[in-house]
Design a protein around this ligand. Sequence first.
Ligand SMILES: [Zn+2]
Length: 91
Amino acid sequence: MGYGRFSKFVGDPHWILVRWPTKCDKCGKPIAKGEQAFYYPHGKKMYGKACGCGEAARQDFRNMAEQEEFCGNASGGGDYEPELVPDDGNW
Ligand SMILES: [Zn+2]
C-alpha cells in the first residue's frame, strides 16, 4: 500500500537525493544534504555523484546486469526459465 511506484526499484541500485550529510562509501568524500548519490539497497552503500563514484558504480551495475542477462544461471542447470530479454538483433 503506497509503495507501488518503488516496486521496480526493489533491490536495484538507483539515484537518490541524500537527506542528511553522509559520505561516499568508495572514496570517503562527504556528500552534502540534497546532493545526488547512487544507492545500493542491498549493501546500504552510497556513492557520491559529485566525486564521480556514483557514476562509476552505475556503470558497474549496468555491466553486471548485462552479463547476468547473457550468462546468468547458464551454468546452474536447467531448472530456470530465463526472462525475456530485449531483442537487439544479435541472434
Ligand atoms: Zn566517491
